[in-house]
Design a protein around this ligand. Structure first.
Ligand code: OSB
Ligand code: MG
Length: 382
């Protein structure tokens, strides 16, 4: 098999370590400000973490689901059920990660639950080998591009203040949330004030094809892309819309797998794909999708789920992979939290670049006191 055939072949042959102990720990972290979207306003991050212990080595991973099904069908509750009752029983030493992926395929969907387990194992293996996660993925270190996702605001003034702050910090691009009726005028206000800003919008599926004329008005603002304008279930109608719009469409919610990405590309439903490693079932599937996008001239970036420092670090390591050509939703920790559960926090360096945290595994330390302070449930699974 040549290098080009598969970016994940070496990873698929890694052996699953023996797990001595497995816990699910749910933490609740208040946001510094409410995060508003067309589907919900979140005021805190309720994150389900997985703690794996093997031969004295401890690895933490994060499930990117929310407690509610407003962005995605999975919730912390469904992910707990699927991990506990279906996925974890399939995790046995002697299996390879590729073999585990095959076993997981029998469970339909539930990519966020699968990603929690697969990412945890990859982080554990990288800690056991004493190498950074990106090196385990076969990728050299590099500086990562930054991007911020600005939620819906109460007033255009508040939006402009948030964009101004982001520009001052040096972000490589700014994404603003839009919804029907809170769109054209709000984008115009930002564009008038920041004519050269790399700017994009995210609708989280708030529009339908009946809104095509309205969406076409966005073409006037030199946006990098419009993310998920139509339904979270749709691919085909996006292909019709893309033909009517100059602005590139980026799909987020619609893409759950390599097969979805391939279908979207074949139909011309998007010119850009937002890969959220959790939404597509983990790092391996993310790398497969990114490779397929490279092969078809489609740009890729890493989305975010306003994760704690654990998931945020996973997204940072993933962006060393081939294909991640655009700045993603990788922002400073302080955008969401006064105090995260992991150290060090993500901070933008010179020129808006983000350094990969140094050291084995994720390179971030999960601070036990803070996890205990924020924990709302702790369940031992094994
Ligand atoms: O649609 O990309 C989205 C957050 C939660 C759910 C969905 C989305 C988002 C974001 C924030 O836009 C991304 C981040 O900063 O992590
Ligand atoms: Mg999105």
């Amino acid at each position: 098999m040549n290098e080009h055939a598969s970016p994940t072949a070496a990873l698929e042959s890694l052996a699953v370590p023996k797990l001595d102990r497995v816990d699910l720990v749910t933490v609740k972290l208040p946001f510094v400000a409410p995060f508003g979207t067309s589907v919900h306003v979140w005021t805190d991050k309720e994150a389900m973490l997985m703690r794996l212990e093997s031969g004295g080595v401890i690895a933490w991973s994060e499930c990117v689901s929310d407690p509610d099904p407003f962005y995605f069908y999975e919730t912390n509750g469904t992910a707990r059920h699927i991990i506990k009752d279906f996925l974890l029983p399939l995790v046995e030493p002697g299996t390879t990660l590729g073999g585990l992926g095959e076993r997981f395929r029998r469970v339909r969907g539930h990519g966020m639950a699968k990603a929690t387990v697969e990412n945890g194992l990859l982080i554990l293996i990288s800690l056991q080998k004493g190498v950074p996660l990106h090196a385990l993925l076969g990728r050299p270190a590099k500086k990562i591009m930054s991007g911020i996702s600005i939620g819906l605001k109460e007033t255009p003034g508040a939006l402009l203040a948030a964009v101004e702050h982001a520009v001052g910090r040096g972000y490589h691009r700014v994404k603003m949330k839009v919804k029907k009726g809170q769109d054209i005028d709000w984008v115009r206000a930002v564009r008038d004030r920041f004519p050269d800003l790399r700017l994009m919008v995210d609708a989280n599926g708030d529009y339908s094809l009946a809104d095509t004329d309205r969406l076409r008005q966005l073409d006037a603002f030199d946006l990098m892309m419009v993310e998920q304008p139509l339904s979270y279930t749709d691919i085909y109608q996006h292909s019709l819309l893309q033909k009517e719009m100059k602005t590139a469409i980026c799909l987020d919610e619609s893409i759950h797998s390599l097969a979805d990405a391939a279908a979207a590309i074949a139909l011309g439903a998007c010119r850009i794909v937002n890969i959220k490693q959790g939404r597509v079932g983990g790092l391996l599937e993310s790398m497969r999708i990114a490779r397929d996008c490279v092969d078809h001239g489609v740009d890729v970036w890493s989305g975010g789920m306003d994760e704690t420092g654990i998931g945020r670090a996973v997204n940072i390591h993933l962006q060393t992979a081939e294909g991640f050509t655009l700045p993603g939703d990788t922002s400073e920790t302080s955008v969401y939290f006064d105090e995260d559960i992991a150290d060090p926090p993500v901070v933008l360096g010179a020129g808006g670049w983000i350094d990969i945290p140094e050291g084995p595994g994720l390179g971030v330390r999960v601070v036990a006191d803070r996890v205990l302070k924020r924990a709302i449930s702790w369940e031992r699974l094994r």
